[in-house]
Ligand binder design. Sequence first.
Ligand code: AMP
Length: 428
Amino acid sequence: MTSTPDKEHNFHVAKNLIQQAKDCHAKMVFLPECFDYVGESRAQTLSQAESLDGELMSRYGQLARDCDLWLSLGGFHEKANDGTDRIYNTHVVLDSSGNIRSTYRKIHLFDVDIAGGVRLKETDSTVPGFAITSPVSTPAGKVGLGICYDLRFPQLSLCLTQQGAQVLTYPSAFTVPTGQAHWQVLLRSRAIENQCYVIAAAQVGRHHAKRSSFGHSMVVDPWGKVIAKCQDKVDICIAELNFDLMKTIRAEMPVNSHQRPDLYGRLQALSPGTEEIESKAEYTFGQHSVKSSHVFYKTPLSIAFVNKKPVLPGHVLLAPIRRAERFSDLSPSEVSDLFQAVHKVSSVIEGQFGGTALTVAIQDGADAGQTVTHCHVHILPRKKGDFEDNDDVYDKLEKHDKEVMTSKWRTDEEMSKEATLIRKNFTS
Ligand code: AMP
């Protein structure tokens, strides 16, 4: 697109492009940053901003319904509604019923001053977002949302792919000099290092007297090949995504599992959604298995799940996903991941079950009372007086799962119900 300051004009251009895409049987359409408008001044930019329940978003909702396709609306000028006149730069995903499925507010703002070149200060009008949005499931796969300048931060792309993104999107309005120097290299790099698709709809040409954009909208495949691109004008390009190709590339060159977080640290994992946890029907737990519906939290290397026979209400377990019997069998990255998870889960569990303290324990080896041959951490919320003698908890831990005659294992249904309740405290 070549958005101008005129919102009405831009809407009609976008509508026309969306209808063209529909005629080509597209399932989802990606518009660039500033699809709504490009203001000529700070005052004009602020005065035209709307909230997410405003008129423009409802017109796009109607368009999505009429065309029966999903829309990625990159870089909407969203009124902050915080008592100031400032705005967020918001990426909105609408489903084919016109409902907002996901929003992401740009976290890296473009404040740049290159001598003799580009000068732009996005923070003059815009406030940064405060969260990364977990990838959203769409008819074009699991889409991780970014916006324009975010493209320069591989950390964001890694967080999103660790969360299962198959597609990264960067709706953009790159300036001409930075676009000439970096646009395609950056897009291909993000695709290659994350082994995922990258979709980048871009503004092109002259918006008004003071601003022009580089253009070159494109789609890059997980091997880094540009599989579709627009010419230097207002246009659409169409790509078909092949997730089998992505799987093959990831299997043949498993860069994700070759990472060395023990040496350079791991990026903060986002809390996975239910879908991510349930991507596997069950997880190995030594000689047993754990149903995914009993898991309430998952990190790249560990799971946390409810206990089949809790010693106290809220007694949960954490284990590495890979089967490893003893604590010493874990790799440094598994230890670090497991204990980051223990740290997070323990505070949630203490709060949720009204504890005032915690017992965190590992029975490491048969002689220490381990019955399940898969390293695991017990977390039990504790309260004053919950055992006659405080250290009785260890006796109970040793015996509780052997006393099946006196008290029964819990049912799948009871366990799933509890996991669902606990999971609610982990959604990002
Ligand atoms: P340990 O005696 O330290 O090996 O602890 C084993 C723990 O796993 C006990 O608290 C059991 O109640 C629990 N447990 C055994 N099988 C399962 C299972 N399939 N799902 C959840 N918890 C289990």
